[in-house]
Write a protein that binds this ligand. Structure first.
Ligand SMILES: C[S@@+](CC[C@H](N)C(=O)[O-])C[C@H]1O[C@@H](n2cnc3c(N)ncnc32)[C@H](O)[C@@H]1O
Length: 318
């Protein structure tokens, strides 16, 4: 069960961090029929793509703010040259009916690392065929599922999976994460979440692949849940409730009394109310003030201006 932790920070002020068990034991929800995900070790994984095709809707620049967030949050992930990171691959999982999000991410990330390798993975054969004309010597498109279609000696440093798991059942969440963890280098990241149709608002889990030997952490398949990100470009103004509708699959069915994510939203709504006078200065100022007020309520919110002023609120784990 998702349980918020009370964590003592350096000043001994208890803070509410995002719990490491960022998924619920009781599955709930609608969506596609549950999918059998067989958790064999990477080398023995079946070649049959795990998962099932879902609606392929996407839009130009839908994931622009996701890419920009990564570039702000951990640019070094793209440029690391140590060991296997040097030649490792970025994965756009479930890119949709055409290759645009993969190609757009490629263009953005290659401003920082021109020779970055990118692999778009789709479980729908026709969508892979539609993307293949855009492949080149560092941009690949392959048929695959949660068991990623990696070749020998290919390693992954980052997975972006947007608007993919939202169409599954909640009980598919943990097995999908477990499977994906098998391909990512320790220290690598996954950003997995849900956006509205144009990407102006989204919410995502940031999970970090840990060392398998680190048994001190509670986690799913060697992922440690590092943060929950709330992103907005303010086109819709600022309304805390909008974020509830686009929570990742592990949380969206849990905004109910007694659950930590419910308490979190209640506290954020109270903060928004208390800071409503900032509305006069615009949605962005109000959003920033509400985040600061939430931090005063002991939620572990990252208050760096470089995030908040760009519309990214980060609720951190310890
Ligand atoms: C709604 S589209 C999202 C497109 C794009 N990521 C975006 O956010 O605009 C979801 C895509 O994920 C694909 N998909 C679903 N499950 C998958 C899996 N297990 N592996 C790879 N692709 C998957 C679907 O076929 C669909 O094309």
């Amino acid at each position: 069960m998702l349980v918020a932790l009370l964590i003592l920070n350096k000043q001994n002020i208890p803070q509410v961090g995002l719990d490491q068990y960022c998924f619920a034991s009781k599955p709930a929800g609608r969506s596609v029929t549950s999918v059998k995900i067989n958790c064999m070790p990477h080398s023995r994984a079946s070649k049959k793509p795990e998962g099932q095709p879902t609606r392929g809707k996407t839009a130009s620049n839908r994931l622009r703010r996701v890419d920009n967030f990564i570039l702000l949050y951990e640019p070094s992930l793209l440029t690391r040259t140590d060991d296997l990171f040097a030649d490792s691959i970025f994965i756009d999982l479930g890119y949709g009916f055409d290759a645009r999000t993969t190609l757009e991410s490629a263009a953005r990330f290659r401003r920082m690392k021109p020779n970055l390798k990118i692999l778009g993975v789709e479980i729908d054969k026709d969508r892979v065929e539609a993307a293949l004309p855009f492949a080149d010597d560092k941009t690949f498109f392959r048929l695959g599922g949660f068991n990623l279609p990696m070749k020998e000696n290919e390693h992954v440093h980052l997975i972006q999976a947007f608007n993919v798991l939202r169409q599954y059942e909640e009980k598919d969440f943990a097995p999908a994460y477990e499977r994906l963890a098998q391909y990512v280098l320790p220290g690598g990241l996954m950003i997995e979440g849900t956006s509205n149709p144009f990407g102006s608002i989204w919410c995502a889990n940031v999970a970090r692949k840990t060392l398998e030997s680190d048994s001190s952490l509670s986690k799913i398949g060697d992922w440690r849940f590092e943060a929950l990100i709330f992103s907005t470009n303010f086109r819709l103004g600022f309304d805390v409730e909008e974020f509830q509708t686009i929570l990742p699959k592990n949380l969206i069915h849990h905004v109910i009394k007694g659950e930590p994510i419910y308490d979190f939203f209640e506290a954020w709504k109270r903060s928004a109310k208390e800071t409503a006078s900032m509305k006069a200065y615009g949605a962005k100022q109000w959003f920033v003030a509400s985040a600061e007020s939430l931090a005063q309520k002991r939620y572990r919110i990252n208050l760096h201006r470089k995030f908040l002023s760009k519309g990214y609120m980060i609720w951190e784990n310890d």
